[in-house]
Each structure stands twice: as C-alpha cells, then as structure tokens.
Design a protein around this ligand. Structure first.
Ligand code: PLP
Length: 506
C-alpha cells in the first residue's frame, strides 16, 4: 500500500476567504429594518446608497469565518508561544496586566479632544510616565509624542538642530555633519538625513567599539553637529569610553544623541544623562514591554537635557499645583511630531510595567536580561564563532564562520531553527560582522527555555558538520519551505482579483 501524500490538510493549506465564498451563504443577519422605506429618499439620498449587491464581499457562514481565521492564527509564531530571540528587537513578554489596565474604560474610551478638566487622570498618567522616564534616563525633558523608535530619533536630531540654530544663528548652517558609527541601526543615518544633516561614518575597532582616533579625526575636520551613538552598541557591547566620547563631541561644539533602543541593558543600572548624553529615544515597545508592530502601535519617547527642553514638541504635559494641563505656549518648539499626544494606550502599558516592577524590579529585569544573553554567549562559544572577546550585555553575537566551510550560512541556521520550534534570531545585522547572528533572549525566558534553545543551536551546529544539506534545505516542517525572498520583497502580490489563482496555493 502506498502512502498518499496529503497536500490539502486544512490547517496547512487555507484558501483565501474570498475563495471560500458560496453565493447565498450567510453568517450573520441584520435585524429587520425599522425605518419606513416608503420615503427612503428623504432619509438617505440615492447618491449615498450602494446600488450593487456588495459584489466581491465573501459569502460565508459563521463557522467558515471562525475556522478560517483560527487556522491562519496557527501559522503565526508569537511571543505567547515561545522564545523570540531577535537581537536588537527586544521581544519581551507583554504582560496581561498591562493589557488589563489599558482596557480600563476611562482610559480606553477617552476622546483625545476631551477638555483638560475631564482628562485629569489621563494627563496625570502621561505626566507620571514622563517623570519615570526622566528618572530612568537621567534626562529631565521628555516628550511622549513619537510613535516609533525611528520617529523618536528624528525628533531627537531635530532638537539638536533647533538648539544649534538658536545658539549659533547663521553660523549653524556650517554645522551640519552627523557622525554615526558603522555598526549603527539603519534608521540612524535615515533620521539624520531627514533632519537635514550629512552623515559621516565612524569606524568600529576590533573590539566592536567606537574607534576614538577616527572620531577625533572626524571632529577635527569641523562642521560637527553631533553624534548618534547606540549604547550598548548593536553588537551588544557596552561603549566603555562613553564619557570620553561625549567630551570629544562637546568640545567640538556638537551634541550627543544616544539611540536608546538597547536600554534593556541599562534600566535601573546606569543613566545616559550621567554619561554625558544630551538626548535619547526609548522604545516603549522594546524595553518597556508594550506590544510590537501587529500587536499595537509603537511609542518612541524622546528624553533630553534641560538645555534642549525648550525645543521639545508641542504640546507638553505639565503640572501646575495639583492640576495637569497641555502647554502650547512654547515659542522655541520644533512643533508637533504626532497627531494629538502620542499613542496613549502605550503610555498606560509602559507605566504599568514600570510601576509593577518598581525600582528594584527594573534592576532585576535588566540583570536577568544581561545574564540570559551571557548564558547563551558562553554556552555556544565552542560551536559558533564569536567575533568579539568582551562579555556581551543584553544580546549575544556570533558569525557563521565555523559553518561556512561546509557551505552552511547564517540564513540556513536561522531557517533550521524554525524546525526546532524557535523563532530565528536577527540575521546579517549589524553589517560589520559578516554572517552575523544576533541573539537577544530578554529577561522573559527561564533556564529551561534557554537550555532548549542552546540545545537546538548545538544540534544545528552538529548537523552542519555531519549533514549540511539538511540545514541548507531547512525548514522541513513548515507549510512553505524556502521562499524566494528577493522576489517576495520586490514584487509582492498584495491584491486578490476574482478568478485569479491565489499566490502560494500551489
Ligand atoms: C529597533 C531599533 C530602532 C528603531 O525602532 P523602531 O521602533 O523600529 O522605529 C532604532 N535603533 C535600534 C538600535 C533599534 O534596535
């Protein structure tokens, strides 16, 4: 008896909801119309009414809808399913308590145009979050408006620009160079360019740190408006010369911007403001456990020194006596960077995270995040090449050097990890490490999960030696194997047209 190859298992091959449509099938019925249709023209003019029969809207039953979306949900890997070791992305668990408080009716239902006197609770919440972030960063001026990390970066460099324009007047035009290390996140040069700066790249040294000699040389060329620095750097190493770096920039007349997306390694332990940093952005959707991307909008607050505070976006949440209000009277402000006041639901979740941890809990979270990354870094040191010697902070970095001899590359290792039930790590970033694998367990994983991950990685390393093709052809357990990722990215098929075969159904 031959075994039949099953290709249409419902949980693995789900048609589009449009393709499931059957004329006349009904999933929900509207209540009977209770208006007099005799004079419909008076109630609803003809030009506002549809004349078609909702053509193209799928006709499906309730159970069709439920099963369709439930099946598709099983294709997702999520933070509630398992470890998500994406380096630099800080995929930590989003606590249910945060969600619960964000759903409190008074917060969730508040209209952004409600008068101040009726929004005191919400304004107080925003104010408290500002205060906490100021305390955590050591930088007193805070705006919660930016909706993402990159948005916070742009806000931060605009603050630098506004400050220099005010300080130097016309001469400020001569100061338009932003220095950015070669290890930086791609958003840094993009934000600098958007704010009107020209980017000069600083080399990293063999330890993965900023090359101080190169930094000094670039400063001596003049025109330096500032530096955008990620600390710990994107290779997960603490920039131990941070004070000296800040001094060099300050004596060249520039300001220091810190990309704070990696604050998960510092919260409660060290403050950028104390290191000489002038402005920083934070990612609430990384360090402060609010959901990423599809889980909800982001929030990238920007914190700055007292010198930069007058330039912060308008309005600001301020406190007078025991009353909270929005301050629009800010003549030096760079203006608004976001509709209304930012993604308020994220403020609620982040404040819940901060306050449920408390000061000592935040320190513990930071220490656990670093400990977990170091555990992985040490546990895999035999099997994988470590490009830098120093101990890592919140993320461990490896390269594929030991595996390429057998033709196995970072992408193959990442794909094989899927077969072991893990979301892949960040791959090929940062660019300064060839075949980089950046692993950030965060504090949300316990010893058992860490060991399972380490075992999977060790096992893949062994496969790469003994049976490289197994790794090169991975994944083997997913609905779709290797995608043509370049074509998928360059020519995405995003629209279904009636009568056309859906992509991926074959
Ligand atoms: C994630 C990240 C950013 C950008 O944050 P978004 O919210 O994705 O815009 C910037 N820099 C670093 C180092 C990051 O890890």
């Amino acid at each position: 008896m031959s075994i039949k190859q099953v290709t249409s298992h419902p949980t693995q091959n789900e048609a589009l909801i449009f393709e499931r449509s059957q004329t006349g099938r009904v999933g929900y019925m509207l209540p009977k119309l209770d208006v007099d249709t005799a004079n419909l023209d008076e109630i609803l003019p003809a030009e506002l009414r549809r004349s078609d029969d909702l053509d193209g809207v799928p006709e499906v039953s309730e159970v069709d809808v439920i099963r369709h979306f439930t099946r598709m949900s099983t294709w997702n890997y999520s933070i509630d399913l398992g470890m998500y070791p994406l380096g630099s992305c800080t995929m930590k668990y989003n606590s249910r308590l945060n969600e619960k408080v964000a759903r409190i009716a008074g917060f969730a239902g508040l209209h952004p145009l409600s008068p101040e006197e009726e929004s005191q609770g919400a304004l107080e919440l925003a104010y408290l979050l500002q205060e906490d972030l100021a305390e955590i960063t050591g930088l007193p001026g805070v705006t919660l408006q930016p909706a993402a990390g990159a948005h916070g970066e742009m806000t931060g460099v605009l603050l630098i620009r506004a400050f220099l324009d005010k300080r130097d007047g016309e001469a400020s035009k001569e100061r338009r160079v932003m220095l950015i290390p070669d290890s930086a996140h791609g958003t840094n040069p993009a934000s600098a360019a958007l704010a009107g700066f020209t980017v000069k790249t600083i080399k990293s040294n063999s330890e993965g740190l900023t090359d101080l000699e190169h930094l000094k040389q670039l400063c001596s060329e003049g025109g330096v408006a500032g530096l955008m620095l990620t600390n710990p750097s994107t290779v997960g190493i603490f920039e131990k010369n941070i004070k000296e770096i800040c001094d060099i920039i300050h004596s060249a007349g520039g300001l220091v911007y810190m990309d704070g997306a990696n604050m998960n390694a510092l919260v409660g332990v060290a403050r950028p403001g104390d290191m000489g940093v002038d402005v920083i952005h934070l990612n609430l959707h990384k360090t402060f456990s609010t959901p990423h991307g599809g889980g909800g909008p982001g929030c990238g607050p920007c914190c700055c020194s007292a010198d930069l505070e007058p330039f912060l976006p308008t309005p600001r949440v301020v406190k007078n006596g025991d009353k909270f209000s929005l301050d629009y009277n800010r003549p030096d402000s760079i203006g608004r960077v976001k509709a209304f006041y930012g993604n308020f639901g994220m403020f609620v979740r982040a404040l819940a995270y901060i306050q449920t941890h408390g000061a000592s809990g935040l320190v513990e979270a930071t220490e656990s995040a670093v400990l977990n990354a170091r555990y992985v870094s040490h546990a895999l040191a035999e099997e994988f090449d470590k490009p830098f010697e120093s101990d890592c902070m919140h993320e461990a970095i490896f390269s594929h050097k030991k595996q390429t001899r057998k033709g196995v590359h970072t992408l193959d290792i990442a794909k094989r990890l899927i077969d072991y039930g893990f979301h892949p790590m960040t791959v090929y970033f940062p660019l300064i490490v060839e075949g980089a694998m950046l692993i950030e367990p965060t504090e949300s994983v316990g010893r058992q999960d860490l060991d399972a991950f380490v075992d999977a990685m060790k096992s893949i390393a062994q496969e790469a030696q003994e049976n490289p093709q197994l790794v090169i052809d991975a994944p083997h357990t997913t609905r779709i194997g290797r995608l043509d990722e370049a074509t998928a990215a360059r020519k995405p098929v995003l629209r279904w047209k009636m009568g056309e075969q859906a992509l991926g159904a074959s």
